[in-house]
Design a protein. Structure first.
Length: 518
């Protein structure tokens, strides 16, 4: 905030750093500024109103940040403004038509997909008037009323049908969370996994073991997570996962098909979750191969740069959905490679919601003093530092997990690696290497295979050690990981901001691949 004391400064250039948070309003006190460059950082929020005090500004660069909201009208009133760069942010609404906004060559707004209006040279869509919006709302309300009438009739019929059905059907011992998968019994799961054979074991976690199985009724291949009910917290983990996944649907969430709750042959309680089977296993197995009995004979597989970027974007979209798009926000609390599953197309799916926490009725991002009944929420190395000081559950905690995961994906080093002792952590290890030693800290497997990779989801591309694009992309990835894993929650980047920055990297690599092909 002390930047406001630089009242006679004429030029301020702090672009392409790792600055985060909101743009300080005290910048408005620097009335002598003619050039202000803040591009290539992680600033969020809106453009502060105090900027309108900079009446003599000639060049203003706010590009490549996470700014949002409407573009303030006062920018069109600056008579001296000759260059304005607002590209690659999340601005929305009507683009002004006066002042510098008259000149499409002096103003850059690319990468802001929600803008409308402006002079024709910007080729933006027309803005929808309030009258048009009211007309659409009227149509939607009318349609909704008709829908409610039909729904009411349907509910009455369903109620009558259920009353009739109640007399004929007994309550099953298992429940299905997906209509396409029938309720399933302990006996059926026993057959599907060959008596839970070690040859079908594909993973072991804190509260359960996961087996590959084939349902005899329809031949569907599934993953069966059998809870270790003797472990403290296993039952709470089972209930938390059922509740968290009951009403959420997202492309990058691991789909739970059914839940089995009954007794085994020894008359012990038995609980299991049945998921879609992910052909390419966990991200953990790709980053740190350690074959299980069912995968011992498989050749070692590696991930190229483009695949890692795709997986990172897939994973980021999941907490963004859970934090901001669910009716009640959900915090995962345990993002790590073993909980990231890859399907046949190498699309990432986040699973294991045994530690997930709802944030009902919270106006802030953190629900204070919610101590976990299963100890610290998360895994050592991934759990945010604030968990050790009261176990606060927050969206920022998931962002920290994600930052460590991102650093691990590109360095190939686990946060619990023997390299990290005393005060050295994966976060500080990467932060100290920026910018000059990024190749030294990057996964050697990624560097060995950086030439002539052909991605399943991207172009045939070429990235060599001498290619500045490759190193530039690596630096940006590491910057994102370092900011997300900052020890102070308030300094961490938003998960949507991280996804946005990674998408820009993917676009740059994609464009590079097309250029090489030509």
């Amino acid at each position: 905030m002390e930047v406001g004391n630089l009242k006679t400064t004429t030029k301020l250039d702090i672009s392409d750093n790792m600055l985060a948070g909101e743009i300080p309003s005290s910048l408005g006190d620097c009335t002598g500024l003619t050039t202000l460059r803040l591009g290539g950082n992680f600033f969020r929020g809106s453009i502060p109103q105090s900027i309108k005090s900079l009446g003599g500004i000639e060049e203003l660069d706010l590009s490549r940040n996470n700014l949002m909201g409407q573009i303030p009208e006062f920018l069109a009133l600056f008579q001296s403004l000759k260059l304005l760069n607002l590209s690659y942010n999340s601005f929305e609404g009507m683009l002004p038509r006066e002042g510098v906004f008259k000149n499409a060559t002096a103003t850059s707004i690319i990468g802001n997909d929600e803008l409308c209006g402006g002079v024709p040279a910007f080729h933006l869509p027309k803005c929808i008037s309030k009258r048009s919006k009211r007309r659409k709302i009227h149509i939607l309300v009318s349609s909704a009323c008709a829908t409610f009438v039909i729904l009411g009739i349907a509910l009455v019929l369903v109620f009558l049908y259920l009353r009739w059905l109640k007399k004929k059907v007994k309550e099953p011992i298992s429940t299905s969370m997906d209509d396409s998968c029938p309720n399933i019994s302990y006996r059926a799961l026993l057959k599907a996994t060959d008596d839970f054979s070690s040859m079908n074991l594909i993973g072991v976690g804190n509260f359960g073991s996961v087996y590959k199985g084939t349902l005899k009724e329809n031949g569907t291949t599934v993953a069966v997570k059998v809870l270790h009910l003797v472990h403290c917290g296993a039952l709470k983990s089972f209930l938390a996962e059922c509740e968290a996944l009951r009403n959420v649907r997202h492309r990058n969430l691991l789909k739970i098909l059914t839940v089995c709750s009954g007794i085994d042959h020894q008359q012990n309680d038995f609980k299991a979750l049945v998921y879609e089977y992910m052909e390419n296993g966990s991200l953990e197995r790709w980053l740190h191969p350690n074959p299980t009995p069912s995968h011992r004979n498989e050749p070692t597989r590696t991930l190229n740069f483009f695949q890692r970027i795709n997986i990172a974007i897939d994973v980021a979209s999941q907490p963004d959905y859970l934090h901001h798009q669910c009716h009640i926000p959900i915090v995962h609390c345990d993002l790590k490679p073993s909980n990231i599953l890859l399907d046949a197309e190498m699309v990432a799916h986040v699973g294991d919601f045994g530690l997930a926490k709802f944030l009902p009725g919270s106006s802030s991002d953190t629900v204070a003093n919610q101590t976990s009944s299963v100890g610290i929420r998360g895994t050592i190395g991934y759990a945010p530092p604030e968990c050790a000081m009261g176990c606060k559950v927050s969206r920022e905690g998931d962002v920290y997990d994600y930052g460590i995961l991102l650093l691990e994906m590109f360095t190939g080093l686990s946060p619990t690696d023997d390299t990290f002792r005393d005060d050295l952590t994966l976060h500080s290890f990467v932060a100290e290497a920026l910018h000059e030693r990024v190749l030294e800290i990057t996964d050697h497997i990624l560097l060995q295979g950086r030439e002539n990779h052909s991605s399943l989801n991207g172009p045939h591309h070429w990235l060599s050690e001498s290619d500045s694009i490759f190193q530039e992309c690596l630096v940006t990835v590491y910057k994102i990981g370092v900011v997300c894993s900052d020890e102070v929650p308030g300094r961490r980047m938003s998960i949507s901001g991280a996804a946005n920055q990674l998408q820009k990297i993917r676009e740059k690599v994609f464009a590079r691949g097309k250029h090489r092909q030509q």
